[in-house]
Design a protein around this ligand. Sequence first.
Ligand SMILES: C[S@@+](CC[C@H](N)C(=O)[O-])C[C@H]1O[C@@H](n2cnc3c(N)ncnc32)[C@H](O)[C@@H]1O
Length: 449
Amino acid sequence: MQIPVQLGLFEQSKTPQKKKQESEWGTFKDSLRAPVHRWFTYPAGFSYKAVEHSIERFGILPGQTIYDPFMGSGTTNLTAKTLGIHSFGVEAHPFVYRITTAKMNWCIDRGEVLEFLKVVRLELPHLSQSYHPDQIKETFPELILKCYQENTLADLLALRILVCEQKMSADLREFFFVVATALLREVSTAATGWPYIAPNKQKVTSMDKDVLTEFSNLARRMVDDIEEIKIWSNGRYQRTTHTLINGDSRDTTGQIPAESVDHVFTSPPYLNNFDCADRTRLELYFWGEAKTWGEITRDVRDKLMTSATTQIARSDAKYEISAELQADCSDVAAFVATAVAELSTRRLHKGGKKSYDLMVAGYFNDIHQIVRDVYRVLKPNTKALFVLGDSAPYGVHIPTDKLIGEIGLGVGFSDYDIEVLRTRGDKWKANPQRHSVALRESIVILSKK
Ligand SMILES: C[S@@+](CC[C@H](N)C(=O)[O-])C[C@H]1O[C@@H](n2cnc3c(N)ncnc32)[C@H](O)[C@@H]1O
């Protein structure tokens, strides 16, 4: 395999400061400082600046269409909307999809927001006091009970009821759904920072924050954010349409027409055993959308492409390398088969015996389908950019970027480039028990003729 690897984008013109900024494009840091983007701290999110850069670099203009097959918190779609570009987005996680749909709706009336805040100020205190502790215990799973003090939880339950049941427009309800969601980790006394929840650990500053005050402040800030992003957009957003789909990007036939897209900017789940479903456990439990691990598996985990061992049942035949992957990309299928065989031996000598072998096979089966569908929806003479990291489960290095590039060639793309954003995981390098390769985060650029 002949693979061109460049260190960073536009290398020739870069100052050290610019290089540092670009090395963070695969992270959510920039987006946490940007209006509306920051409404939901999504640990799997990337930088809106990377999307802006790609749009400028490849000359995507207002009125054209961009697609993100792993929409997540909507960074690509929000950026497109701000710049007057139409978009498609597909997200399989129903809760994340709901948050993003609300972030893309900028028709929220400040007066109506203030009206509801008035209702909350009046109703919440006595509603909260009306709950018996047993009622709260019966309502929430153990994890939630451990993360909040009793009075906070009573306030949150009252808020949940007001947001879900108070008479208001559907748009406003979805807006407040996001406000209350953003509040959840804010007012917890347990270490609920992203991405992990540690209910038995207290935050350094474990003073209880007041639900009512925080909720009002947050709602006002979010309305201000909408004003701010509209100013950024300078009216361009008004001429755009956005089709957001709660579905599966492995096959969007019937949802996204062939040759309808001018550019793809996306980031698939990394092959690093990060369980996107589990990371939203606190939120799913709070809203009553799941009560157990099993329900999260059925309603969320099973809908996502394979990228974590927690998704895997070893008896499932879907983890055999697919005939389609073998037919389209025999080199990749052969590489994956060797890695799978090695991992199936190594796991037997490890304490956790994690199913990394099947995870790797499932990952490339799924990515193959997605890259093939991306090829279908792109117009001729366009590019698809995938931001992603490689990985080395049980010390077996899987160069995800090169393999996705090769899969691209197998499904019809004419060529690909890999540009490295940053190396990462150097601590593993020093540990001979694991592996000796510095991991990296890159952008794979697939070209369609
Ligand atoms: C790395 S995240 C993308 C984050 C996004 N770039 C952002 O800035 O928020 C990958 C996303 O893909 C979603 N996903 C996983 N499998 C999917 C599938 N088959 N179809 C659509 N979305 C999927 C996950 O739920 C997750 O939100």
